[in-house]
Design a protein around this ligand. Structure first.
Ligand SMILES: *Cc1c(COP(=O)(O)O)cnc(C)c1O
Length: 398
């Protein structure tokens, strides 16, 4: 019977230790931000090798607070890839600034540094590179370019825990890094996020702004040894993490490298199999980088006779879930209407988008699941390309 069980696109890896940790917080009587949140922040900072880690309610909040902390103003510009989730760009608009989209490299599907350089103007304040699927971007080149022009770098590392660039953990390379602990991400707290930075002033500003702009540890005012007095210094936000989430995060953080290993083993099995099938392009791993393997993005040759849609539909009919990362921002109505982007503006991102799909990739996949995904793809691609060859022959004959 197992062979007909559905294989969902994603399943969170939550074990007994996570359940126990959350129950302990429930029984402790302190549910929101508190000791567990502080412990998670300090464990996370240690793990990525960054002096400061500020926990927040999402990566979207992390990116927003980062841009607020660097003083982004209306009329400013921020450069980011069109191949990303809308979060990366919408936060720029929260502060009245302009999201300036850039194309991607066809090799890595990450932001194309040459295109970034072309789009720098006197109004550019920041670059937000996105480590798509968990493969770190060209961070040396991006930071060098940013330094030359006096621009800040904020990494969108929503896919990149744990990951590393030239021996340095993501979270310790650029001035600011934003992480996501959303339900489908590699380390989850259901919803949640983290900002890491070595800049103490930025960390302090983000700590204050994540909890209503109240100076110093606002959450402590309800503790027995806390102080009832509080002082509002700015119109802040309600962006804090909770102890319930942090307890989950502490356990997940301790397991995140072993979960990455499990995903990498699956990725390597996929790679070995898909290399035998013509017209498929497997994702890249680069020697001096550690890939988080959040996503397995497979690309299919557009001229091979099997469309990405056929592959998705064929897999779906066999009970296998897939997804697409991402519909480029410039193809969405909002970015066209508000910022004037048009189809055709970013030809590489568009071409890769049309040919890509993301396959199931999570530790709970059994060997049977992995083989079913591989065999389904082999069958669909071979019969699809074969069907087209037959058509061509009949055209020739007919
Ligand atoms: C998931 C995601 C985000 C947003 O993360 P949240 O924690 O849900 O706010 C931002 N950027 C990218 C690239 C993402 O995939």
């Amino acid at each position: 019977m197992t062979s007909v069980d559905p294989i969902p696109f994603h399943r969170a890896d939550i074990g007994d230790a996570e359940v126990q940790a959350v129950c302990d917080v429930l029984r402790s009587g302190w549910l929101t931000m508190g000791p567990k949140t502080l412990e998670f922040e300090s464990e996370f900072a240690k793990y990525v090798g960054s002096p400061f880690a500020v926990s927040v309610s999402s990566c979207t909040a992390a990116l927003h607070l980062s841009l607020e902390a660097i003083g982004l103003k209306p009329g400013d510009e921020v450069i980011l890839p069109t191949t990303t989730f809308t979060s990366t760009a919408e936060v720029v608009t929260y502060l009245g600034a302009r999201p300036v989209l850039a194309d991607i490299s066809p090799r890595t599907m990450n932001i194309d540094v040459v295109d970034v350089e072309r789009r720098i103007t006197s109004r550019t304040r920041a670059i937000i590179p996105v480590h798509l699927a968990g493969l770190p971007c060209e961070l040396d080149e991006i930071n060098e370019l940013a330094n030359m022009h006096g621009i800040r770098v904020i990494e969108d590392a929503a896919h990149a825990i744990p990951a590393a660039y030239k021996g340095r953990s993501i979270g310790s390379v650029s001035e600011i890094t934003a992480f996501s602990f959303y339900a489908t991400k590699t380390l989850t707290t259901g919803e949640g996020g983290m900002v890491t930075t070595a800049n103490e002033k930025l960390a302090q500003r983000m700590r204050m702004m994540r909890l209503h702009g109240i100076a110093r540890d606002a959450w402590k005012r309800y503790k027995l040894d806390g102080n009832w007095f509080y002082s509002v210094e700015a119109a802040g936000f309600k962006y804090n993490l909770t102890d319930l989430q942090a307890a989950l995060g502490i356990v997940q953080l301790a397991r995140c490298e072993s979960m990455r290993q499990a995903r990498r083993i699956i990725a390597k099995k996929y790679e070995e199999a898909f290399r035998q099938i013509p017209n498929l392009q497997v994702p890249l791993e680069i020697d001096d980088r550690i890939h988080a393997w959040h996503l397995y993005i497979l690309r299919i040759d557009p001229d091979c006779g099997v469309r990405r849609e056929d592959l998705i539909a064929g897999l779906k009919s066999r009970g296998i879930g897939t997804s697409v990362h991402f519909i480029p921002l410039h193809l969405h109505p909002y970015y066209q209407q508000a910022w004037g982007y048009r189809p055709g503006d970013f030809p590489i991102a568009e071409a890769e988008y049309k040919n890509c799909l993301s396959l199931p990739l999570y530790p709970a996949m059994s060997e049977g699941d992995i083989q079913r995904v591989i065999e389904a793809i082999a069958t669909i691609v071979r019969s699809g390309s074969g069907a087209e060859m037959k058509n061509e022959r009949s055209i020739l004959v007919g």
